[in-house]
Design a protein around this ligand. Structure first.
Ligand SMILES: O=C(O)[C@H](O)CO
Length: 346
């Protein structure tokens, strides 16, 4: 979280920036890009900034206190930016920059009403998210977590014909729910695994994106019926909230693998638990849940056929650096009154 205030004191500001760079280059490589971007522009813009100096989210009360009077705010997805925060900020706030492609943590209506411009970080994380999705899909379908556990804990006896058998991608049908950049990037990576067919569903056909991967547009029901692997790549919106539910799982094959690297809110977790524990579907790989972190006593953790990761799809050094630099540049462009590199159209 970075709070920005315009100021007329560049000298003091430079000293402050310099000390912050030193502190953060020792602590978090990730932030260096952000600070360099900020430093190169802040001198000319004459702004003061304050950083929430921790990897843990800023406590809500602290956020409400510190945001008062700010012109700009850079946040991550753990901060809910709603009317309460915007009221606490007051009328100075002109720009909000989130270091995320997802924006379900932002009250867009409230931001629009106040004329606050919003920056976000699409594209720079596409490769990392697609890569992690493939890793999660294979870990789930080929039962890698179960297998390493068995090997480590003495379950590995003689070679057995059906022990730890899973499902392979060759000759399979892969379904994508929500075809955007990330869905296409996932399909491109899956293609060399000899997938037979890609199908997708979305609010409407997306022929240009689909052409890149020769994907066929189908209804949600068909997606459920045909997919051997179903990857959820849609944004969380009121329309997609809980859309992966009993109705969807009941139409899937009992050999199908369900993968979600978008947002946990898209899935009805009780229905997913039911589908997994009764063998309605074969397995699920989740990088996102509700809540996050998912309590360690959550029923989904008891299932061998459910692989749960702690929301790490974009967690590569390269991508997080790129996200932080883009978030900083969005913020600065917004403060200068210029077009942001990646601005959300409200
Ligand atoms: O929205 C995002 O940017 C991702 O979920 C973070 O990896």
């Amino acid at each position: 979280i970075i709070f920005l205030n315009k100021t007329k004191k560049p000298q003091k500001l430079l000293m402050k920036l310099f000390s912050l760079i030193v502190i953060h280059s020792q602590r978090q490589l990730l932030w260096i890009h952000t600070f360099l971007s900020l430093c190169s522009s802040l001198f000319f813009l004459r702004v003061q900034f304050e950083l929430w100096d921790s990897d843990d989210p800023i406590p809500r009360q602290e956020l409400l206190k510190k945001v008062k009077g700010c012109d700009g705010l850079l946040c991550v997805l753990t901060e809910k930016i709603d009317a309460e925060v915007l009221n606490a900020a007051g009328p100075n706030l002109k720009v909000l920059s989130t270091m995320s492609v997802g924006f379900d943590h932002l009250s867009l209506g409230e931001l629009k009403k106040r004329g606050i411009r919003v920056g976000y970080t699409p594209e720079v994380l596409t490769d990392a998210v697609a890569e992690l999705t493939i890793a999660l899909l294979l870990a789930t379908s080929r039962r890698l977590i179960e297998a390493t556990h068995e090997a480590k804990t003495g379950g590995w006896g003689t070679w057995r014909t059906l022990w730890l058998c899973g499902y392979e991608l060759a000759d399979s049908t892969v379904g994508i729910f929500g075809l955007g950049r990330i869905g296409v990037a996932i399909a491109e990576r899956l293609k060399p695994f000899k997938v037979k067919k890609f199908i997708y569903t979305d609010v409407a056909p997306r022929p240009e994106l689909a052409a890149a991967i020769q994907a066929e547009y189908v209804s949600m029901d068909e997606l459920a019926r045909q997919s051997d692997f179903l990857a959820v790549c849609c944004a969380l919106t009121p329309e997609t909230q809980g859309i992966c539910n009993k109705n969807l799982f009941s139409k899937m094959k009992n050999t199908s693998i369900f993968i979600n690297t978008s947002r946990g809110g898209v899935v009805n977790q009780e229905d997913l638990y039911e589908a997994l524990s009764t063998g309605q579907i074969a397995g699920a790989g989740l990088d996102v849940t509700v809540p996050e972190p998912l309590p360690t006593n959550h029923p989904l953790f008891t299932l061998k056929n459910c692989v749960i990761l702690p929301h790490i799809a974009s967690a590569s050094y390269t991508t997080r650096n790129a996200m932080s630099a883009l978030a900083a540049n969005n913020l600065l462009a917004g403060l200068r009154g210029e077009p942001m590199p990646k601005e959300l159209q409200l």
